[in-house]
Design a protein around this ligand. Structure first.
Ligand code: THU
Length: 141
C-alpha cells in the first residue's frame, strides 16, 4: 500500500517499484527493460513490465501490462503511474499507444513520472503527454 497523497517521496517510491518491475521484463530483442508502477485509488500498487515477442508488433509495453493487470484485478481508478527504464540513460516516456490506453482510465491531471537509470526524473501529467483527448472532450458535453 502507498499513500495516494502527492509529493516527491511518492514519486520516488513509485519509480523505485517501477525499476524493480523492470527487472522482470521479457526483452530479448530490444534489451530495453521497462517497468511501470501504477498507483490505484485504493493505495495498492500494481506493476507491469514489457513483454516482447518474436513477432515484434505483439510486444506489450510495461505501462499497458500494468494497466491491464490492474483492470483484470478489478481496479479502474488510478492516482499516478511511474515508468522506469533500467537500460536507458535518458528518461523514457510512454509511447503513443500507452498514452491512449492510460487516457481510457485517467484524466488530464493524472501524474506521470518517468526516469532512466540516471538520477534525472520527469514529472508530468497525462494532459501534457496526450492533449486534445477527444474521449474526455466528448464526455464533458
Ligand atoms: N517500451 C515500454 O515498455 N514502455 C515505454 O514507455 C517505451 C517502450 C518497451 C517496448 C519494447 O519492448 C522496448 O521498450 C523497446 O521499444
Amino acid at each position: 500500500m502507498l499513500s495516494t497523497n502527492t509529493g516527491p517521496s511518492r514519486a520516488e517510491e513509485l519509480l523505485f517499484l517501477a525499476s524493480q518491475a523492470a527487472r522482470k521484463a521479457y526483452a530479448p530483442y530490444s534489451h530495453f527493460r521497462v517497468g511501470a508502477a501504477l498507483l490505484c485509488a485504493d493505495g495498492e500498487v500494481i506493476t507491469g513490465a514489457n513483454v516482447e515477442n518474436r513477432s515484434f508488433g505483439l510486444t506489450n509495453c510495461a505501462e499497458r501490462s500494468a494497466v491491464f493487470a490492474a483492470v483484470s484485478a478489478g481496479k479502474k481508478e488510478f492516482a499516478a503511474i511511474a515508468i522506469a527504464c533500467i537500460d536507458s540513460r535518458k528518461p523514457v516516456s510512454p509511447c503513443g499507444a500507452c498514452r491512449q490506453v492510460l487516457s481510457e482510465f485517467a484524466g488530464k491531471d493524472f501524474p506521470v513520472y518517468f526516469r532512466g537509470k540516471k538520477e534525472e526524473i520527469v514529472a508530468t501529467t497525462l494532459g501534457e503527454l496526450f492533449p486534445y483527448d477527444a474521449l474526455h472532450e466528448l464526455r464533458r458535453e
